[in-house]
Design a protein around this ligand. Structure first.
Ligand SMILES: Cc1cc2nc3c(=O)[nH]c(=O)nc-3n(C[C@H](O)[C@H](O)[C@H](O)COP(=O)(O)O)c2cc1C
Length: 174
C-alpha cells in the first residue's frame, strides 16, 4: 500500500500540510511538488494538495488534476477562509470538476492558511465595502495569519493515520 502526495504551494502553507500527511503515510509513499510529480500509476491513492485561488484549485493543480484518470483521489486544500465555511466545500467541488474520467474521491481535508500580505494590501485598496474589502475580510485574514499551526499539522497527521487504517481495512486485502 503506497500513496502519492502531490502538492502546489506558493507561500509554503500547502507544502507544510503535505509534509505532515507524508510523515504519517505508509512506508513506500512519495511526496512531490506538482511541477515534478512522478507517474501516478502504481500508487494506491493520489493525494492532491492545492492552495485555493479564487474559489477553486490553483492553476498548476488544475492542470495536474486533468491528468488523473481512474484513480482514487484525496483532495486537500489550504485557504484563507475558514475550513468550516461553505467556501471550503465549494472549493472541493470546483477542484473536482477538473479531474478527468473515472476517478473516485476518497476523502477531503481543508486547512486554513496565512494569506500573502501583498494580496491583503491589494484587497485593502479596493473600494471599502466591496466584496474583498470588508471587516469580515480583515477578521478572516487576521485569523488565517496564525495558520497552519501545530494543531493543524497534527490534524493532517491524524487524518492520514485514520485514512490509512480505513483504507487498509476496506481495500488492503483483495
Ligand atoms: C491570488 C490568490 C487568490 C486566493 N483566493 C482565495 C480564495 O478564493 N479563497 C480563500 O479562502 N483563500 C484564497 N487565497 C488564499 C490562499 O489560498 C491561502 O493563503 C493558501 O493557504 C496559500 O497556500 P500556499 O502557502 O501553499 O501558497 C488566495 C490567495 C491568492 C494569492
Amino acid at each position: 500500500m503506497k500513496f502519492l502526495i502531490v502538492y502546489s504551494s506558493r507561500t509554503g502553507n500547502t507544502r507544510q500540510v503535505a509534509e505532515a500527511l507524508y510523515a504519517a503515510a505508509p512506508d513506500g509513499s512519495t511526496i512531490s511538488k506538482v511541477e515534478t510529480a512522478p507517474a501516478a500509476d502504481g500508487y494506491d491513492v493520489i493525494f492532491v494538495g492545492y492552495w485555493m485561488d479564487r474559489g477553486t484549485a490553483d492553476e498548476k493543480s488544475k492542470e495536474y488534476l486533468r491528468t488523473l484518470t481512474k484513480k482514487k483521489v484525496v483532495l486537500f486544500e489550504t485557504m484563507g477562509a475558514s475550513p468550516a465555511s461553505e467556501h471550503a466545500y465549494t472549493g472541493f467541488a470546483n477542484a473536482a470538476t477538473c479531474l478527468s474520467e473515472g476517478n473516485t474521491i476518497m476523502g477531503v481535508l481543508a486547512i486554513q492558511g496565512a494569506v500573502d500580505p501583498a494580496l491583503i494590501a491589494m484587497m485593502r485598496k479596493m473600494p471599502v465595502g466591496s466584496a474583498h474589502n470588508t471587516g469580515e475580510m480583515e477578521k478572516t485574514t487576521e485569523e488565517a495569519a496564525k495558520h497552519p499551526d501545530a494543531a493543524d499539522l497534527e490534524k493532517a497527521k491524524a487524518y492520514m493515520e485514520a485514512f490509512t487504517a480505513k483504507y487498509e481495512k476496506y481495500y488492503g486485502k483483495k
